[in-house]
Design a protein around this ligand. Structure first.
Ligand code: AP5
Ligand code: ZN
Length: 214
């Protein structure tokens, strides 16, 4: 399967991705995660992206298209993939279409994580992540077994620099202005499935299952 997950910050893309990935043996390509590791490793790409990400704005289309183009070549992505956080502008969607045309494939489904903005601040400010795996926790909705510690590795958890109420405002603004048109772009192709993303994580997982098995 070739899937795209679209939704505002905190809508649950990163939470549902590992579940879908394991069920269908897909590769999980999250541009945000890839950019964050580039920032942490201080690569030239990371140095370019850092400030923009901390302000909650989108990094340039060319930068992320380059990352995705390279990542999709991996053998593990040939059977199928989950794109989480990409494409986020219509220009990125058009570039992706061109890449897929070359490989004579296309997107099977776009999962639209539909949720009201008002719920997102609590989700974002309570999030803790395990940086190297991308595993995600929430102080209230998905607490780790031991406070501040990853369940699997025992390593410390951290908070994202852009997970503040203030930066969330810019991220949401970017979502509504630049990313919502991407949903319409795929609606015209008839591949969009709307998910009720306000439900608890387990219920959202059931909805995802329904969409993917239909
Ligand atoms: P990115 O990392 O993609 O961030 P985002 O889109 O803002 O999305 P999030 O990761 O915040 O939300 P999520 O939907 O994954 O939520 P999660 O499942 O973790 O991008 C970061 C930055 O990188 C961008 O701002 C931009 O600068 C740059 N960038 C990335 N891609 C780009 C691109 N293509 N073009 C240009 N720039 C790009 O859940 C959130 C919290 O809620 C967690 O704590 C979780 O435990 C909890 N939770 C999840 N589901 C539920 C539920 N159902 N009920 C209750 N709590 C829940
Ligand atoms: Zn995410």
């Amino acid at each position: 399967k070739r899937l795209i997950l679209i939704g505002p910050p905190g809508s649950g893309k990163g939470t549902q991705s590992p579940i879908i990935k394991d069920e269908y043996c897909l590769c999980h390509l999250a541009t945000g995660d890839m950019l964050r590791s580039a920032v942490a490793a201080k690569t030239p790409l990371g140095i370019k992206a850092k400030e923009t990400m901390e302000k909650g704005e989108l990094v340039s289309d060319d930068l992320v298209v380059g990352i995705i183009d390279e990542a999709m070549q991996k053998p593990s992505c040939q059977k199928g993939f989950i794109l989480d956080g990409f494409p986020r502008t219509v220009a990125q969607a058009e570039k992706l279409d061109k890449m897929l045309e070359k490989q004579k494939t296309k997107i099977d489904k776009v999962l639209d994580f539909a949720i009201d903005d008002s719920v997102l601040e609590e989700r974002i400010t309570g999030r803790w992540i395990h940086a190297s795996s991308g595993r995600t926790y929430h102080t209230k909705f998905a607490p780790p077994k031991v406070h501040g510690v990853d369940d699997v590795t025992g390593e410390p958890l951290m908070q994202r620099k852009d997970d503040t109420a203030k930066v969330l405002k810019s991220r949401l603004e970017a979502f509504h202005r630049l990313t919502e048109p991407v949903i319409d772009y795929y609606k015209k192709k008839g591949v969009v499935a709307r998910l009720p993303a306000e439900k608890p994580p387990k219920d959202v997982a059931v909805e995802v299952q329904k969409v993917l098995s239909s």
